[in-house]
Ligand binder design. Sequence first.
Ligand code: ATP
Ligand code: MG
Length: 290
Amino acid sequence: VATKQKARVDPPGVLADRLRVGPGFRLVDVEPRSTPGFDGGNADGQAALARGGKRLSEFQERLFAEGRSGGHRSVLLIVQGMDTSGKGGIVRHVVGAVDPQGVRHQAFGAPTEEELQHDFLWRVRRALPRAGQIGVFDRSHYEDVVVVRVNELVPRSTWQERYAQINGFEQSLADDGTTLIKVLLQISPAEQRERLASRLARPEKHWKYDPSDVEARLRWDDYQEAYQAVLDRCSTPDAPWYVVPADRKWYVRWAVQQLLLDVLEGLDPQWPKASFDVAVEKARLAATPG
Ligand code: ATP
Ligand code: MG
């Protein structure tokens, strides 16, 4: 018989403080199977996610309404992580709870020839959320200091300069009214092996498997080092990084949802006031035939 005890969970603001990267943060200290701020299991997590989805949806609609009425604020969720860390699941199960009209989603793969002819932020600038929208980046400009650094796709001096360029870029977004939430989904190598194996085991999952994922696995420590450098250099007051343990899918989804909720609660968008006289419009409508 299951116990009826309710899971003890951190409120969004407390969870955000817990997961935010501060000075001296070390990625190696993160335990990917842990569930900080959530004292409960899978079923509790799923239930909490469903409840949070309703709240998220209402906040998103208010933000969207604000944007339609002259507001300039937006939110940008940047999701990074090793292959199979659950980036797609965040899009589907967290962002999927809100009206797609209010979402600007973009996945970033290896750059096209056209993209390579521009600076690395060019394709990112074109994918930014508009006023009232929640932007979601599945990978981002951080690939340009992670996969690019690990595989030496550009000279060292080029990627070295990018950290400062990223900070300047993100600061300008924040100054223009975009609240950034940057999350690193931290999966363990053992969990990734299982997820890749299950992709290989099922024909309907083969399309998700990429032989190059094995190469990235072989460079695991180099990727961790590149991510540590990102956390050291690009976690700023206006654009902080959050590291979320990602071996448990239900947890990572709940946690990222709470981070979004924390930001939206802080923005506290309000339903716009009518730009017309409501009583007059009621009377006019009542006077129409049919
Ligand atoms: P999953 O996690 O489910 O495997 P994915 O995010 O890996 O999905 P893919 O389309 O398979 O999606 O992979 C995108 C690939 O593009 C990744 O290997 C990533 O490292 C690579 N990539 C993204 N941006 C850049 C970049 N600027 N330079 C080089 N490679 C990049
Ligand atoms: Mg992939």
